[in-house]
Design a protein around this ligand. Structure first.
Ligand SMILES: Cc1ncc(C[n+]2csc(CCOP(=O)(O)OP(=O)(O)O)c2C)c(N)n1
Ligand SMILES: [Mg+2]
Length: 378
């Protein structure tokens, strides 16, 4: 794999990105459920304002401590990933590394609606989900560094965070593979008579795989407590969804299997949490599956080796106008849930946690050579 790091950068404070792509304006597309694909910064800002109005009501219904914790988790995820990009570029992290910057509202909004004993499975863009499920930033960073202190002893790396004890079933590199495993986990929850639910994350490109369709069919046939979360960031590597999918609505595909579904704005952490709560209720009380299509956008390249030539800087800027962290912070400030000083403290806490993780990873030893022959099953 080429070692050239992605040229796209984003900054949480300045909300700016470096240009990638041709500089041409992307073609205009129809709006769907209030989320437009038009490259128009003014419209994007207007969408932000309307989102804030919606967030206002949800803020009133949510405990302030939870709201602050959600913001902290988003900021932690952002700083953690920014630091990953930095240390990747100096060779501290090797191999594949897919960052979550821009998509934080999806992982945090969905997972912060879960109970501790609920289970989670995802694809390779897994660092933030792993941390929200309780794996420490130290264990995630040391795993990225390939050190013994990593959550799987340094043997998995970026794509294979895993901790069954905390209900985190990976970290999977085969596109769509985890959808079948997630369906099986939900089957086991039901078989054992628990009222736990499974959150199964995947990207929109995985929807074109047979595994998605076979799993949805079984989940509805067997009435499984699984919540399929399609993180629709609109690209599968360098291929836009528009070039790869015959019917662009992922949510509607669930209709073919009789599964409840919703389209959600993935820049709005509270809308994400609310939709997930409905799905959790359905799974826990009625043992029924749901598909949530959560529309989001990754601000960085597909992975650290992506030169990002397939999208325009205009398109990236449009989504950065709707940065989920900036939006949520601003809503919480308006609602007087946080002050500027509180936000500064949240940032300091997050930066401190990331620094601690880096130090831990740096000091953790490399695995012993003998480890090459342990955990080998075939
Ligand atoms: C079965 C399989 N085919 C192809 C690949 C190569 N591949 C890695 S990531 C990726 C794109 C997946 O995009 P998406 O599911 O939308 O997730 P995102 O990266 O956008 O989060 C592809 C094709 C793979 N890992 N597995
Ligand atoms: Mg995608």
């Amino acid at each position: 794999m080429p070692k050239t790091a992605t040229r796209q950068k984003t900054d949480i404070e300045t909300n700016k990105s470096s240009a990638n792509g041709t500089g041409k304006t992307a073609s205009k597309a129809k709006s769907e459920n209030g989320v437009t694909d038009k490259v128009n910064r003014r419209e994007a800002q207007a969408e932000n304002v309307s989102r804030k109005k919606l967030q206002k009501d949800l803020i009133k219904q949510t405990k302030p401590e939870l709201l602050r914790e959600m913001l902290y988790q988003m900021v932690l995820g952002r700083y953690f990933e920014q630091k990953c990009a930095e240390v990747y570029r100096i060779g501290k992290i090797g191999g594949f590394c897919h960052l979550y910057i821009g998509q934080e509202a999806v992982g945090i909004g969905t997972m912060m609606a879960l109970r501790e004993d609920d289970l989670v499975i995802t694809a390779y863009r897994d660092h933030v989900q792993a941390m929200v499920k309780g794996i420490s930033p130290e264990e995630v960073m040391a795993e990225l560094y390939g050190r013994v202190g990593g959550i799987v002893g340094g043997k998995g790396g970026s794509m294979h965070m895993f901790d069954a004890a905390r209900g985190f079933y990976g970290g999977h590199g085969i596109v769509g593979g985890q959808i079948g495993v997630g369906t099986g986990i939900a089957y086991a929850q039901k078989y054992k008579g628990t009222d736990g639910v499974t959150l199964c994350f995947f990207g929109e490109a995985a929807v074109n795989q047979g595994m998605f369709h076979e799993s949805l069919n079984m989940a509805q046939l067997w009435k499984l407590p699984v919540i399929y979360i399609c993180e629709n960031n609109q690209y599968g590597m360098g291929t836009s969804q528009k070039r790869a999918m015959s019917i662009s609505s992922v949510a509607k595909k669930a209709d073919a299997y009789g599964i409840a579904n919703e389209f959600v704005d993935g820049m709005d952490v509270l809308a994400v949490r609310e939709a997930t709560q409905r799905a959790i209720e359905r799974a826990r009380k009625e043992s029924l599956p749901t598909l949530l299509e959560i529309r989001c956008y990754r601000f960085m390249g597909h992975s650290m080796s992506d030169p990002g030539k397939y999208r325009t800087s205009d398109e990236i800027k449009k989504y950065q106008e709707r940065d989920p962290i900036v939006l949520f912070r601003s809503s919480l400030t308006d609602a007087k849930i946080i002050s500027d000083k509180d936000y500064a403290e949240i940032e300091e806490r997050a930066k401190g946690a990331v620094e601690k993780a880096l130090k831990f990873a740096d000091e953790s030893p490399l695995p012993d050579e003998k480890e090459l022959f342990t955990d080998v099953y075939a």
